[in-house]
Design a protein around this ligand. Structure first.
Ligand SMILES: Cc1ncc(COP(=O)(O)O)c(C=O)c1O
Length: 492
């Protein structure tokens, strides 16, 4: 077998370390900027000098430690327990609170935490043969993924187009005899609004059903914002009926990726989360989380982040984030043609176009052309398309610059005009059923849209987003699966 030494991950002759690192750095130059406050999704940047070096060193220290067996690596157990304790304390649990028996696990991320919350709820009721969960329509897609993986049906409760929240009465009505879990978000990712957790937990408790608060996104931001005087509604273990919560340390705790905490109000609630297996000739396996072998790196890095930043550090970062959110929201209010989807109440600014406003997908491209990477959100039910900005502390010094560029980008989007899809493309998006979208059809579509060729995605995505926006969710899913499948091809 021959390989091209320039590109192969397995060259015939090993490459010197410095060269390999240079190659990785060269590859990384293609990425969006993870630091500098210009990327409003995917990354969480506190802009704290020295933090990256600290977490990289801590990560390296524990990278080869295996979380498979806590008795072999007590360092990991100690750090995990410390992270769980800190998260529990921040979210209304621990000694001296109304939830003194809170326990938890460290997972690899929000999705794993939610899958495990659903698994624990499902397996607590083996007598329910066709289990279901009730979630607001605004709940993170990871609940749908949990349902898909675990064969649990998902009953979705609509959210109001005005408040972007579910009505607790609708949640109550959706609970049935097979419901094993009810969920609420604090806040929702898309719009950053906190669901009415107390009445939702109350109707769940009245029905004898677990209630999970997904605070993956905001669980490490809302408590500091509250301490700063912001009006944060009750959402944590202080609320009766809340049985579990998730909070991602790789989001607003500013830890490197790969760490979330799943908390349960008491050990009995957590018990069905575990998996143990002794019926094979190898080691007896007991896993609190989905992965078996897992690196200690992310856990050590998160531990180092929390210890280094401390409460005073997080308060300072929350204040910077709050100010950035306020400034960005003012910029949206000041721009004709745009409006806020909701008054910001956490760390999200979500905007949409007014009736005479610019094409939002063109606006997103115009912002990207000016170095600002925002996240387009497609229309859903009676909610219009919108643009999501996850705001972190690093954005604070950039607000004025963003405001100027937002106005310029709106003007440019207006003069470019809206995307007009060719009629055949529009027909394809709106008329086809997901089953009719063959891989060949989507490949032709992708080629027409410039989505192939191994060069990643095109710089301007407005046409692609308009096409997806026109399609119903099931067709969007099919198209995206095929598109991404085209990108994921082995590099020989
Ligand atoms: C509210 C909420 N829940 C769950 C998740 C999933 O987290 P992850 O991407 O770490 O799996 C996210 C991610 O943004 C989120 O915002």
């Amino acid at each position: 077998m021959t390989t091209d030494d320039e590109t192969s991950a397995l060259p015939v002759h090993g490459v010197p370390a410095d060269d390999v690192l240079a190659e990785v750095r060269a590859l990384r130059e293609r990425d969006r900027p993870t630091h500098g406050g210009r990327l409003f999704a995917y990354v969480y940047d506190p802009a704290v000098p020295g933090l990256d070096d600290l977490t990289a060193a801590a990560h390296a220290e524990s990278a080869h430690v295996n979380g498979l067996d806590p008795t072999a690596f007590p360092s990991l157990l100690a750090m995990e327990n410390a992270l769980v304790g800190a998260a529990a304390r921040l979210l209304g649990g621990g000694p001296g609170t109304v939830a003194p028996d809170v326990v938890g696990s460290v997972t690899s991320g929000g999705t794993e935490s939610l899958i495990l919350a659903v698994k624990a709820a499902r397996d607590a009721h083996p007598e329910v043969t066709a289990p279901r969960i009730v979630v607001p329509a605004s709940a993170h897609a990871a609940f749908a993924k949990a349902g898909h993986y675990l064969r649990v049906a998902v009953d979705t409760v609509p959210v109001s187009a005005d408040t972007l929240r579910p009505d607790p009465a609708d949640v109550a009505a959706a609970i049935g005899p097979d419901t094993v879990l009810v969920a609420a978000s604090a806040p929702s990712y898309a719009h950053g609004v906190v669901d009415p957790v107390a009445p939702i937990a109350e109707v769940a408790a009245a029905a004898g059903v677990r209630c999970h608060v997904d605070a993956c996104f905001g669980g490490w931001a809302l408590p500091w914002l509250r301490r700063l005087g912001e009006p944060v509604p009750p959402f944590d273990f202080s609320v009766p009926g809340v049985t579990s919560m998730s909070v991602d340390l790789h989001k607003y705790a500013y830890a490197p990726k790969g760490v979330s905490v799943l908390l349960h109000r008491d050990p009995a609630l957590r018990a069905p989360q575990y998996f143990a297996y002794a019926d094979w000739p190898g080691y007896t396996m007991v896993n609190p989380v989905i992965a078996s072998t897992r690196s200690g790196g992310p856990i050590a890095a998160a531990y180092a982040t929390l210890r280094h930043l401390g409460e005073d550090g997080y308060l300072r970062l929350a204040a910077a984030t709050r100010d950035a959110v306020a400034g960005l929201a003012d910029a949206v209010r000041a721009t004709a043609g745009l409006r806020l989807m909701a008054e910001p109440e956490s760390t999200v600014v979500c905007l949409t176009a007014t009736g005479d406003g610019p094409d939002l997908f063109v606006l997103v491209d115009e912002l990207a052309a000016r170095g600002w990477h925002t996240q387009p959100q497609l229309r859903y039910a009676d909610l219009p398309p919108s643009v999501h900005l996850t705001v972190t502390a690093s954005v604070a010094p950039r607000v004025a610059e963003f405001a100027g560029d937002l106005a310029a980008a709106v003007a440019a989007a207006r003069s470019a005009g809206p995307v007009r899809l060719p009629g055949d493309l529009l027909a394809l998006a709106t008329a086809l059923t997901p089953e009719a979208l063959t891989p060949e059809l989507v490949a032709g579509l992708a080629a027409g849209l410039g989505l192939t060729g191994g060069s990643g995605v095109p710089e301007r995505m407005a046409t692609v987003n308009t096409l997806l926006d026109a399609a119903p969710p099931a067709v969007r899913e099919r198209m995206l699966v095929e598109f991404v499948g085209l990108l994921q091809r082995p590099a020989w």
